[in-house]
Unconditional design. Sequence first.
Length: 264
Amino acid sequence: MLSEGPHAAGTRVVVQGKRGPEVATVRGEPQAPDPQARYGSVLRVATAEDLACWEELHRRAEDLKWLLRARARERDLPVKIVAVEFTLDESLVTISYSAEDRIELGGLIGEVRGHTRARVNFTAVGPREQAQMIGALGACGRGNCSSTHLQEFSPVSIRMARDQQLPLNPEKLSGPCGRLLCCLQFEHAMYLELLRDLPRKNAKVCHTESGACGKVTKLHPLSGTVDVQTDQGLLTGVPAQALTRVLDPAAGKGRRPDATATDA
């Protein structure tokens, strides 16, 4: 039965997780429930018994994780045991691991059976899932998004960085997991909307007041301005409304050179 009423931030609650009941902490304002959501609903406020059980299961999971790591080393298994997690009712124990190649871990099931009667599930995880489980600091200095609030990972592409006019530096665009920053997707839709009002990069334009014409060299979506390289020099921070876009015959039949394009 679902718990009634909103819960204040910081409240410990029992939720329906992906694999079964789990203890969680309320972090923000309540949202309208999604009737099609398969997990994430609040079942009840966590009782003292729930919290004590959860702490004990966490301790056992940590002990089991280190035991499995030791047994894997003894057997020369090329695998990293990332995390061990119990459901609150101890009906399932999930062992997350990473490995370069497909690997058989059936030999470790016996080690798990000696410590719990829960059903055992081995699941392979990628770099982002590892960062979510282990936790790390992001480039902003705060906890990385994957281990604080993200419930699922959405695709992130280098095109999102281009659209936001970011330098294509892998070190600055990668998170602790070594993959593209999840936060690139947060404002992507807003940048696409702002770019619709700007000429594309390399488009030919003329300044309506001075009459100087040149080529767009850089876009500034947040300020609604662009940089223009003219024969006389560089015009910086020119408002898009102050520019007239020039038809370029080389742009092709039926195509305007001022069509929005965001290639860096």
